[in-house]
Design a protein around this ligand. Structure first.
Ligand code: PEP
Ligand code: MN
Length: 364
């Protein structure tokens, strides 16, 4: 278990998401001050600005480094805003701490590397600096948790997680696939760890930021980190996903914020009644599945007696054709039913393979 200290409630109102806004990269003092002034006017408490940028290709803009730390320090003094920046090694940690940067985050390309994470954790020992850990670029929950644990063992108790999606070779409408279930599993295992969505890096596309932000709030995330730039199209990094402060205000204004729980007695009663119905349905579903698996076992025995293979391609094709069609008629998503049947079929194969491999009872 992580030993955590609350820090997030000091930065946000109850039932409102924490917002971290600011440019992908600090490019020059004017850009930084323009965003800071706009962000402050919106009542946003935390500003982000990347100083060292982990770029994929060597000739891409890789941040203004040490010089930019100085600009942040000045804008921080001028505006009183709280600042967050990315650190990827002990040198970055030393410079950021020296400049009084309030919040550090570990980027997705660093979280994958336990050596670096450990070096950063060692460098942070004794500071209890608020540190946010982005998910690793590969969908590995243990690596994500491992990085949080390394920091926690160095005495960092003011931790948070940033969900920025996972890279994939598969083309999708997102730059990084969200794979929400991984972040939700982190939330389930560590319910007190603040979870912040980064719709900018998930989508890679400013048109999709509102949609992904809403989804994160519906999933009870604690905050949003949104890249904001005075002139996004001319940004030196991540131009397509950055929004102007004006667009940020529109996105935030359009979000529907739901409460985690309600004290309205009527709502609670109705929710209870509906959940009770669902409990009954789930019992029925499990009974039906159990009966189906018993039939699977019978078929397994039958295949064994007749020396027929477990996997029957034609039958599987037929299932994959008919079930999504039946789903459509029943107003269910065919894609959902296709995925469900893949799981059911895997289990049937497992059961029948076990039957095939069972040596027959010796007769006596
Ligand atoms: C960033 O926040 O600008 C960044 C580089 O993010 P990530 O580590 O998620 O790619
Ligand atoms: Mn970026």
């Amino acid at each position: 278990m992580l030993a955590l200290t609350d820090w997030i409630s000091g930065f946000k109102k109850a039932n409102q998401p924490l917002v971290i806004a600011g440019p992908c990269s600090a490019e020059n003092p004017e850009q930084l001050l323009t965003v800071a002034t706009a962000v402050k006017a919106m009542g946003i408490s935390i500003m982000r600005a990347g100083v060292w940028k982990p770029r994929t290709r060597p000739d891409a803009f890789d941040g203004m480094g040490k010089e930019a730390i100085g600009w942040i320090k000045t804008v921080k003094q001028e505006t009183g805003l709280v600042f967050a920046t990315e650190v990827a090694n002990p040198y970055h940690v030393a410079l950021a701490c020296e400049a009084g940067i309030d919040i550090l985050w570990i980027g997705a390309r660093t979280t994958v590397n336990p050596f670096l994470v450990q070096e950063i954790a060692d460098a942070l020992r004794g500071t209890d600096k608020i540190t946010l850990v982005k998910n690793p670029i590969n969908p590995d929950l243990s690596l994500w948790i491992g990085a949080l644990e390394r920091l926690n063992r160095s005495g960092i108790s003011r931790l948070g997680a940033i969900h920025r999606g996972f890279s994939s070779f598969q083309k999708s409408r997102f730059r990084n696939q969200p794979l929400w279930q991984i972040a939700l599993e982190l939330k389930t295992q560590h319910p007190h760890l603040p979870l912040i969505a980064d719709p900018s890096h998930i989508t890679g596309n400013r048109e999709l930021i509102a949609e992904v932000s809403q989804k994160a709030l519906d999933l009870d995330y604690d905050g949003l980190m949104i890249e904001t730039h005075p002139d996004p199209d001319r940004a030196l990094s991540d131009a397509q996903q950055q929004v102007t402060p004006g667009t940020l205000a529109e996105i935030l204004g359009g979000l529907r914020v739901s409460e985690r729980a309600s004290s309205n007695a009527m709502f609670i009663n109705q929710l209870e009644a509906l959940r009770e119905k669902i409990d009954h349905m789930d019992q029925e579903l499990i009974e039906v599945l159990s009966t189906r698996m018993k039939l699977t076992e019978q078929i397994g025995d039958y295949k064994k007696e007749n020396h027929v293979t477990v996997f029957q391609l034609e039958r599987w094709n037929e299932i994959m054709r008919t079930r999504p069609e039946w789903a459509r008629l029943a107003e269910l998503s065919p894609e959902f039913i296709r995925e469900l049947y893949k799981i059911i079929h895997d289990e049937s194969i497992r059961i029948q393979t076990e039957i095939m491999n069972k040596t027959s009872e010796p007769e006596n």
